[in-house]
Write a protein that binds this ligand. Sequence first.
Ligand SMILES: [Zn+2]
Ligand SMILES: [Zn+2]
Length: 71
Amino acid sequence: MNIVHCNGSCKNYKAKSGLDGGRYEQGQKRCPECEVFVEWEGLFCPCCGRLLRTKPRARKLKRKLALSRTR
Ligand SMILES: [Zn+2]
Ligand SMILES: [Zn+2]
């Protein structure tokens, strides 16, 4: 599996800031690699190819479970 890195192109898709909460609800997705919200219809970051988060961060208790299931 290729190691993916931010190459800077995510700034072209970067979601506008200044919106009141509910970023995910507005269709914005967060890339864990680029650490930005992007407006992108695909599931994967157009910049680094990482799977984008489409939901608010899970609660701490669930996080462990989610991590082990991700693989
Ligand atoms: Zn990027
Ligand atoms: Zn990315």
